[in-house]
Write a protein that binds this ligand. Sequence first.
Ligand SMILES: *Cc1c(COP(=O)(O)O)cnc(C)c1O
Length: 469
Amino acid sequence: MPLHDVPRRDERPLSVNPFLGPANPLGDMTEAPPKHRLPDAPMAPATAYQLVHDELMLDGNARLNLATFVTTWMEPEAGLLMAECRDKNMIDKDEYPRTAELERRCVSMLADLWHAPDPSVAVGCSTTGSSEACMLAGMALKRRWARRNGDRYPSRDARPNLVMGVNVQVCWEKFCTFWEVEARQVPMEGDRFHLDARAAAAMCDENTIGVVGVMGSTFDGSYEPVADLCAALDGLQERTGLDVPVHVDGASGAMIAPFLDDDLVWDFRLPRVTSINTSGHKYGLVYPGVGWALWRDADALPEELVFRVNYLGGDMPTFALNFSRPGAQVVAQYYTFLRLGRDGYRAVQQAARDVARGLAGRIGETDDFRLLTRGDELPVFAFTTAPGVTAFDVFDVSRRMRENGWLVPAYTFPANRQDLSVLRVVCRNGFSEDLADLFAEDLTRLLPDLRRQPRPLTEDRNAATGFHH
Ligand SMILES: *Cc1c(COP(=O)(O)O)cnc(C)c1O
């Protein structure tokens, strides 16, 4: 069984058009390939290509997907480099020493960008995305805590916990489940939709392996107050002696804040921040498949978690869940760093934020909607229906916008704001002012219809909105 739902298994074989066959147009039609069983016989590559290509036409248009944070457009040159490197396995450091070197340069660049005290000794690695990076960072926190508490764990059954906001991305719940750590989640309260520094410190005890601060929240695009969090934990240490480290989940924001929010201190400048992750494939501007995890120095990453692979006759440290992994994404990350530089990243991220603010402003001006965030932290904003609106809800808006090809997720907030449902728009590179205008026009055109509804009409909320990230 595949892990995703297959509603009803359709046993009809694939239909092959006579035009798809090579020299003999009937050649590939003689045995229609089954869908769920490995076909008995091979077929011509052109036929196989066309069958797969045609089926994929019905996937949504990635550029109109305002639900995802993940890069949907890169330059042709980046595509070319990735094609040139698609046969390289990241783990083969010895066979592909230059790819390994580019990975190392990317780590140094990020360490410098995030103000590691000495970028030359900061340690880090590429991953398949932030989820893997968060697993690694969480494992390092757990191992450091276990070392400090060898007298109580595992022999005396102390149960490690990790403190975070209820708004964290699902990868943190996965981490806690997979690695048997208790997830202690600070609920939302009123108009606070992310972690509160004092509430987080209050949840810490001698079994807390760390606190996660998110730059920025996937629920509404807001930055969590990392500096306040560190200050609250400094206070905790003064009062109780507990020294609790902070991991910053910068999946999106660690590639926004360094370019657009110079004055905001959230990174390794704060001594309590021991590790940071980001998704190269989000605002790092690379196609899906790359993330980064960095530790402020070698002390922050327990040596026993690091494995060694052969590298030019010597050995090279690696820290990863996977063994084999594509090298192309790492090369594309290095290309993008080189191509854009700081000024280029600043320009791209500023453009995304300008689009987000502009579009949020227009939506906020209508009487129909109320903004929760304004797109001025991550280039992402969340909005809900205005208090007096009873004819339609956010799920109706999501469903109707889908008719125009726009994917805008609608979802309900977690504790203690399950009463609140919102729409979220993620503005990425490639979602231009012009596309934002078209989006706003489509939304405006729908409103008279929606206002005339007798009541909210969406029966299947999940079908209306799709998955949110
Ligand atoms: C996207 C995201 C993740 C997961 O990252 P992937 O790169 O998709 O694995 C984790 N945390 C936050 C805050 C995110 O936005």
